[in-house]
Design a protein around this ligand. Structure first.
Ligand code: ADP
Length: 260
């Protein structure tokens, strides 16, 4: 049993052996916990695309679209989600071989505008179903950063997924603005908000505001931990501002990549 500890009854060799065994048991326990966390994390990442695949496949098989164009857009989403799933499953195999859950990025120069637009497009139906306004705005013509497109897109899918889940009425606004060295992508909602005292813990794995809250809203407590890890892997920065009962803004800043 990894949880059990050898009682340390003396300060001699037997005592230090007992200490060493206890340290080893503690390390093994931590390893096991981080492995379990890792698998839980991956399951969450897999669930989101599967939901979209199911949803859009149903729309197509039941012919719930209004035009060929709309149908093609849904097929496009299905295809890119399938690609993402494939990538995730590959990562799962690759990563399970490693001792720690380290994600390898495949970075390239990538334009944030179509990337964020694609994330917005994927949650459009979910927002519409709740009667929420969903807007994307930028005055930029392009916004290149250096990063792994699919991973980056996951950031905004998760943030938008939360924004929709934790907003009962009103709007969700997504924007990209240029700063001096960075681009800032904001996801702003008019939802239930987050109490100020909870904000410092928000990005911890499995942290949930008001414990019962995310069960009611169907969350797992992993979305933001994944987001903050992905932002960290891209040397970015994530900030959150929120007013309880009024709404929340998540801001992600990524370094500009000069493409030419
Ligand atoms: P979950 O899957 O439970 O939503 P997350 O890691 O994505 O887990 O978020 C952690 C907690 O932060 C959530 O349980 C929720 O209470 C809170 N939260 C996240 N995003 C928002 C938001 N846009 N508005 C209000 N609360 C939020």
């Amino acid at each position: 049993q990894l949880g059990t500890r050898v009682p340390v009854t003396s300060q001699d060799e037997i005592g230090s052996l007992a200490h060493a065994i206890n340290d080893l048991a503690r390390d093994l326990q931590r390893l096991r916990e981080s492995r379990n966390e890792f698998f839980a994390n991956i399951s969450h990442e897999l669930k989101t695309p599967i939901t979209y695949l199911e949803g859009y496949a149903k729309v197509i098989s039941e012919e719930l679209y209004e035009s060929e164009e709309e149908k093609n857009a849904y097929l496009q989403i299905i295809s890119s989600e399938a690609v993402r799933l494939n990538r995730l499953i590959n990562d799962l195999f690759e990563l399970s071989k490693m001792e720690e859950g380290r994600i390898e990025l495949i970075p390239e120069a990538i334009d944030l505008i179509p990337l964020v637009e694609s994330a917005v497009a994927k949650v459009e139906r979910a927002a519409a179903q709740k009667g929420l306004e969903l807007e994307f705005h930028t005055e930029l013509r392009q916004a290149f950063v250096w990063g792994d497109g699919m991973r980056l897109e996951q950031i905004w899918i998760n943030l938008l997924d939360n924004a929709i889940r934790y907003t009962q009425a009103g709007s969700i606004r997504v924007s990209i603005v240029p700063l001096q060295q960075q681009y800032e992508v904001c996801v702003q909602d008019t939802g239930i908000g987050i109490p100020e005292e909870e904000l410092p813990y928000l990005f911890e794995r499995m942290y949930r505001v008001e414990k019962s809250r995310s069960r009611d809203y169907g969350g797992t407590g992993l979305g933001l931990a994944i987001v903050s890890k992905l932002v960290e892997l891209h040397q970015g920065r994530i900030d959150v501002q929120s007013e309880h009962g009024k709404g929340t803004v998540f801001s992600v800043k990524l370094a500009k990549h000069e493409s030419d």
